[in-house]
Design a protein around this ligand. Structure first.
Ligand code: CP
Length: 331
């Protein structure tokens, strides 16, 4: 991609809204209006069905096409966008990145223009490059929407929304909550989006717990408390979210930390959760590395809401698709 100052992250807030304040693209939760955020969560709730019941379906997006363009691996996000689109009646195109022409040197914009020419209405994009979703959003036709499905270490807004929804289902009042996010904060787009959403909803106390080498190194999360003490971070917490070490974004992991030390000091388990509130919930965005950032028994135990996060991901993505489709007059 050519360097373009317009691709710099952090300029996405206005780009993602229509002039009358509706969501046209979803690029970031940073700066997203509280009322819009709450509306998205409420709508996501309406797309959920009781466990064991048939999923909610509609024909809202019948005749429309969603393109899943994942230039990084994914299980949850890709599958849930696929299901969300189909459950709203859309056609869904899952581009196989390993056999796509980007491998032959085609630019991301030429790939996008090619899909536009085949009447793809929504581009769902995951990419290792910071600024790519906004760059695409600046170049698509005015009726086309771009949804950020994971951007470098910058942003993963639908993950943030599903995390907020999961917390709201278990804990009534964000202002009364203590939330601890534990692990590789520095390289985590999930930490950024979830923390930004929590900040907008007025979370009482947000703690970012990590070894110093994995603490945030920018001002994006300056509103949170930072600690390298797991015990301090977990004390009286209502919500604890563990993060995977983002090995793919760390050049020489061995020089940064020892995995054994990490497990000893930052791996969460039932024993370490004793300082948290008795009704504290445990979250993880996935994929998990059991035995490293989270013990398997905790991940499968009574506190865990990890599978609920996955379920909520489909409802959140249906809500986002419905919002952007309405904002652009697609439906
Ligand atoms: N949480 C998340 O983004 O998972 P995937 O990488 O499997 O999509």
């Amino acid at each position: 991609m050519n360097a373009d100052p317009q691709t710099l992250p952090g300029r996405d807030t206005e780009l993602q809204l229509t002039p009358d304040g509706r969501l046209r693209h979803l690029l970031t939760l940073k700066g997203l209006d509280r009322d819009l955020l709450v509306r998205l969560l409420d709508d996501a709730e309406s797309y959920l069905s009781p466990v064991g019941a048939a999923p909610v379906r509609s024909r809202l997006l019948a005749g429309r096409t969603i393109g899943n363009l994942f230039f990084e691996p994914s299980t949850r996000t890709r599958a849930s966008f696929d299901l969300a689109g189909r459950r709203l009646g859309a056609d869904v195109l899952n581009l196989d990145v390993n056999t796509s022409s980007r491998k032959k040197g085609e630019s991301i914009l030429d790939t996008i223009y090619t899909l536009e020419a085949m009447a793809v209405d929504v581009m769902v994009v995951r990419d290792a490059g910071a600024g790519i979703p906004a760059y695409i959003a600046r170049h698509v036709h005015e009726h086309v929407c771009v949804l950020n499905a994971g951007e470098a270490d910058v942003s993963h807004p639908t993950q943030g929304l599903l995390d907020l929804l999961t917390i709201r289902q278990h804990k009534a009042d964000f202002a009364a909550l203590t939330v601890a996010i534990v692990g590789d904060i520095r390289h985590s787009r999930v930490a950024r989006s979830t923390a930004q959403g929590l900040h907008t909803l007025g979370v009482g106390d947000l703690r970012l717990v990590s070894p110093p080498a994995m603490a945030a190194d920018d001002d994006d999360l300056a509103f949170a408390t930072v600690t390298d003490s797991l015990e301090d971070g977990l004390r009286d917490a209502d919500v604890v979210m563990a993060l995977r070490i983002q090995k793919e974004r760390i050049d020489d992991l061995d020089s940064v930390l020892s995995i054994d030390d990490y497990v000893a000091n930052f791996g969460i388990n039932e024993e370490r959760m004793r300082v948290a509130r008795p009704d504290a919930i445990v979250m993880h965005p996935g994929p998990m590395n059991r035995g490293i950032e989270i013990d398997g028994a905790l991940a499968d135990g009574r506190r865990s809401v990890i599978t609920r996060q996955v379920t909520n991901g489909v409802g959140v993505r249906m809500a986002v698709l419905a919002h952007v489709a309405r904002a652009t007059g697609m439906v």
